[in-house]
Design a protein around this ligand. Structure first.
Ligand code: FAD
Length: 463
């Protein structure tokens, strides 16, 4: 017999999004919540990711709204020197565990069921005891919808013959000096992390071959820094980006201008990228990556045998003394847009581009403070993950539209200005939009943003 439980909310998934949503609901409502997750501790994919992964953005605006992650230190060495610290995956997992053990559970309003698989229709089953529960929940919150995959969760999506060494990037800290060379398959952020791990640990760049099916536009981490220290340089950067977007006469011209404004980077300035997935690097990381001389641009791998790597547009020699590092998992899968609020169902999605935890906290705030479903969905319009170069334009526009909508709501502005997860919040009071002097001061920026958006719309119409 299934045991029957009741709760105001049942949150499926205690990854970063489920945790960030629940945290705001605890702070801003009296709701009681059941959280169910198939892993043994909160933190989702961070429990499975390669051990040397770090946040790609500063710790300062990751995690849950109510608790600081890290110690707001600026790194004084390494490839992130001069920028805010980046938590490691063990730090992220420990942080989420503390949030659960020290905040959620002591509140008496959260019941947490780890090692439990959600079966649908409010039912879940323990992966250890097999015991089944049914939850009579006011609302069901799907915090699994973003489908984050890291390579260690599945087999490589290409055939690998017996005897060939092909591993997830998790295996790299265990390898010995027995390999002649390394082939890193995939040029997203995980591929970059694997290459940087090898270089950092003294492997000569010539012994790496990097399979790069698509070149990517990259974000400069120096432009993604929180707080007052970086506020004016970031503000100037955004203004330069809007000027570039407003003045661009074609899509190629837009990328040239945004790159010249220092808002986008690329691995090889002679190659036009066709990918944009919010991957973030520092200038020093990029310089290190550019030292890798052997870049394989022959499309995706389909088969690795003892002597040959078969790719879509050709082959590459390989050997049984080569370590192939599979970095092809889709960490930021592009998912179909669902309404965030649909009756008794909430589907957590990004409402600011590539800012999932901010988005989950924002949705939690809207759920706790609004009742009109149409308005709630208007405020929480999803911004799907980007994939192609053109998606840089699409997500920039969708982001800007959401920001403009939020700016019309004084209470929401107040919340955003105080929200730790809003990387660009200052913690100060928001500008008083009823003050004509304030409005006059903001007018040139608003006009520029409007021109940039109008031009983006026009350029996208031509695609
Ligand atoms: C290597 C890497 C680095 C990243 N760095 C950053 C960064 O610096 N900043 C940033 O904002 N984002 C970053 N991201 C994006 C990242 O995806 C999000 O920040 C966030 O961690 C996503 O969390 P999530 O809760 O959506 O997903 P997940 O972490 O996948 O959590 C989903 C949870 O749902 C559970 N679940 C799924 N199905 C079921 C089921 N049927 N029953 C029970 N439980 C279930 C899973 O066990 C899991 O715990 C990174 C992603 C990767 C892959």
């Amino acid at each position: 017999m299934a045991d029957k439980l009741t709760a105001d909310y049942m949150v499926i998934g205690a990854g970063a999004m489920g945790m960030a949503f629940t945290d705001v609901l605890l702070s801003e409502s009296n709701a009681n919540i059941i959280m169910v997750d198939k892993y043994h501790q909160p933190g989702g994919h961070w429990n499975i990711a390669y051990p040397y992964v770090r946040l790609h953005q500063p710790s300062a605006f990751y995690g849950v709204n109510s608790k600081t992650l890290g110690s707001d230190v600026i790194d004084s060495s390494g490839w992130n020197e001069g920028l805010y610290e980046l938590a490691t995956n063990s730090e992220v997992c420990a942080y989420f565990d503390q949030v659960m053990q020290q905040q959620f559970l002591p509140s008496g309003r959260v019941r947490y069921f780890p090692m439990s698989e959600y079966l649908g229709e409010g039912r879940f089953k323990s992966r250890i005891s097999g015991e089944e529960h049914t939850v009579d929940a006011g609302k069901i919150v799907d915090a699994t919808y973003m489908h984050v995959t890291v390579p260690a969760m599945r087999e490589p999506p290409y055939a690998v013959d017996p005897g060939v060494h092909c591993e997830a990037p998790n295996a790299l800290p265990e390898v010995s000096a027995e390999y002649n060379d390394f082939v890193v398959v995939g040029a997203g952020k995980t591929g970059m992390d694997a290459c940087l791990f090898l270089l950092k640990n003294g492997l000569p760049a010539e012994r790496i071959r990097w399979v790069m099916p698509r070149d990517s536009w990259l974000l400069d981490r120096a432009n993604i820094q929180p707080g007052k220290l970086f506020a004016s340089s970031i503000g100037r950067g955004f203004a330069r980006q809007n000027e570039a977007m407003a003045a661009a006469t074609s899509i190629d011209d837009l990328f040239a201008r945004v790159e010249a404004a220092g808002q986008l980077l690329r691995f090889d300035t002679n190659i036009k990228p066709t990918m944009y997935r919010c991957a973030t690097v520092t200038q020093s990381e990029l310089q290190a990556l550019r030292s890798i001389p052997n870049i394989v641009r022959k499309g995706r791998v389909s088969h690795i045998s003892a002597q040959t790597i078969t790719l879509k547009q050709g082959t590459e020699p390989t050997s049984l003394n080569t370590m192939h590092v599979d970095c092809t998992a889709d960490g930021l899968e592009r998912r179909p847009v669902e309404p965030v609020f649909a009756g008794s169902h909430i589907t957590l999605q990004s409402v600011r581009t590539c800012q999932q935890v901010f988005s989950a906290a924002f949705i939690g705030h809207i759920e706790a403070t609004h009742t009109d479903e149409t308005l709630k969905n208007e405020l929480c319009t999803p911004v799907p993950h980007p994939d192609s170069d053109i998606d840089f334009l699409r997500t920039s526009l969708a982001n800007a539209r959401n920001a403009m909508r939020w700016a019309q709501d004084a209470q929401l502005q107040q919340w955003l200005y105080q929200a730790r997860l809003d990387g660009f919040s200052s913690g100060d009071a928001p500008p008083d939009l009823s003050d004509p002097d304030v409005l006059a001061q903001m007018a040139p920026r608003a006009e520029l943003a409007a021109k940039a958006n109008a031009n983006l719309e026009q350029l996208l119409d031509s695609v």
